[in-house]
Design a binder for this molecule. Structure first.
Ligand code: V55
Ligand code: FE
Length: 491
């Protein structure tokens, strides 16, 4: 048997609990503002059965969707497994049939199907709500439709046959002006293929445009950004190939010699219009937002210096370097009037942050002033005596990073808490950027339970207005979204 005793994803706070949950009218410390109405929907992963390989990636764990449903100052919690084909097959077999992260060659013979790798998705990365439908997403497969009231899985969705890529990004972007959803699928025609399909889906949920591109090299294209005029496609460093996968390795390796890229595609353009801008070694996972500024594009993103993921090892056999697995808030400026194929990059704050950056999504694709993300403040030490179960990195603060002035406002969760990705909730009736609440789930290591914290996004220093208590450790979130009340009524 593999020894999992030191693995923070299988022991301690994030040890799998395997159950589905309903908690009605959760216990609250403080008072939940009655003007918050809708749901905080979260997707993450948990091992239902242990992985086949002890060095597998936590990114390969089974999808789990949960929500905090806000109504009239009360909150209900619900959590459900995402019933992918893979989940059902494992459950029927009573064991883990699937091998390494995105390597179908390592699956048990009865489910091995390298020609259709998308069928083994765990759908564990992010939710999105668009055109009256709720989905869970992972970049190696199709969206899974979810019933927003029950969180039951309806099944994979291909937009009435109009979505032709095998895969769909975990980070589509919704244009608040047009209501369109811009999304991409990479490795669109199969394992390790260099096909990238970019789609515009109209406000009614119909595919309106498709552009088929080739990538400079096959890599993780985890996130994307949109402006009013452009689609941005950042990636870098990770590599794979058919040969790598056939040899039984985990999907990605890190190649420090590879440049990073940002593809810029006009939203009304074709494949011939894409420009690939090139930069230094970078691990480009998540973005805050981007916008057009005349002939320039400004992108705010918390990119890492180098490989963030220890389980995707360097291909040259060198050890993973924790000191470079650090994300900084960056401003990237791309000058479209220049013939140069590179960008300008500034680090705006000198300390590392969580790379799970959020903005007020009413301003997605438009000029934004505020980015929100977690970070570790070393001035506020962790209480090791009371929180002995902590492993790995601690994120004790949420920051509001003011890109215009360089000011940082901070919410501190306490000396025994670590924070997951935050989410911005607009205040009812407000139109001003950043007017609303900042919410997110904290791991309380002292009590071994999860707590949803709610703070005023314009008064983070004042601490939380309310904490919603779960009497257990919540399944780990990767990403979450705010779904306003109006959108919770759909089927
Ligand atoms: C990420 C997460 C994934 C994945 C690839 O955070 C990249 C980045 C949870 O799954 O499959
Ligand atoms: Fe992500």
């Amino acid at each position: 048997m593999a020894d999992f005793s030191n693995d923070p994803t299988r022991t301690g706070f994030f040890a799998p609990q395997r159950f589905e949950a309903d908690v009605y009218d959760c216990e609250v410390i403080g008072k939940v503002p009655s003007d918050i109405s809708g749901a905080f929907v979260r997707v993450g992963g948990e091992w239902f059965y242990p992985p086949k390989f002890e060095d597998d990636a936590i990114l390969n764990s089974d999808g789990y969707i949960s929500m905090f449903r806000f109504r009239n100052g009360r909150v209900d919690y619900k959590g459900r497994w995402i019933r992918t084909q893979r989940f059902e097959k494992n459950l029927a077999a009573g064991r883990q049939l699937y091998g390494y992260y995105r390597n179908p060659y390592t699956d048990d013979p009865e489910v091995r199907d390298p020609a259709r790798p998308h069928l083994r998705t765990v759908s564990n990365t992010a939710p999105i709500a668009h055109a009256g439908k709720l989905f869970s997403l992972k970049e190696d497969g199709l969206p899974h439709r979810i019933d927003p009231r029950t969180l039951e899985t309806i099944g994979p969705y291909d937009f009435d046959g109009q979505w032709k890529s095998q895969t769909f990004t975990a980070h589509p972007k919704i244009d608040p002006v047009t209501g369109e959803m811009i999304a991409l699928g990479y490795q669109a025609t199969g394992l390790a293929t260099d096909d990238l399909f970019v789609y515009t889906i109209d406000a009614a949920g119909k595919v309106k445009r498709e552009v088929r591109l080739k990538v400079p090299y096959v890599s993780v294209i985890h996130d994307m950004a949109i402006t009013q005029k452009h689609v941005l496609i950042p990636f870098g460093g990770y590599v794979t190939s058919r040969e790598r996968l056939e040899s039984g390795k985990i999907h990605w390796g890190w190649d420090a010699s590879k440049p990073s890229y940002i593809g810029v595609l006009p939203r009304d353009g074709d494949a011939k219009d894409v420009r690939w801008f090139k930069g230094p070694e970078r691990c480009m996972m998540h973005v805050f937002n981007a916008y057009d500024d005349g002939r320039k594009i400004v992108l705010y993103a918390p990119f890492f210096e180098s490989n963030f993921f220890p389980f995707f090892p360097p291909i040259d056999g060198s050890p993973w370097d924790a000191s470079k697995a650090r994300a900084y808030v960056r401003r990237i400026t791309i000058d479209l009037s220049s013939r140069a194929d590179t960008w300008k990059e500034e680090i705006l704050w000198p300390f590392p942050v969580q790379d799970l950056g959020r903005v007020d999504t009413r301003f997605m694709s438009l000029e934004t002033r505020y980015g929100f993300t977690g970070y570790a403040d070393p001035e506020r030490p962790f209480d090791e005596a009371r929180a002995g179960n902590v492993r790995g990195r601690v994120t004790n603060c949420y920051g509001r990073f003011d890109f215009a002035t360089g000011r940082l406002s901070t919410y501190f969760a306490g000396p025994t808490h670590s924070l997951q990705e935050c989410c911005f909730v607009p205040r009812k009736g407000s139109r001003e950027e950043g007017d609303g609440y900042l919410i997110g789930v904290a791991s309380n290591f002292a009590e071994m339970r999860s707590e949803l914290v709610i703070a005023d996004a314009q008064r983070l220093e004042e601490g939380d207005i309310a904490r919603v208590i779960l009497p257990f450790r919540s399944s780990a979130q990767i990403h979450g979204i705010w779904v306003p009340e109006e959108e919770m009524t759909f089927a």
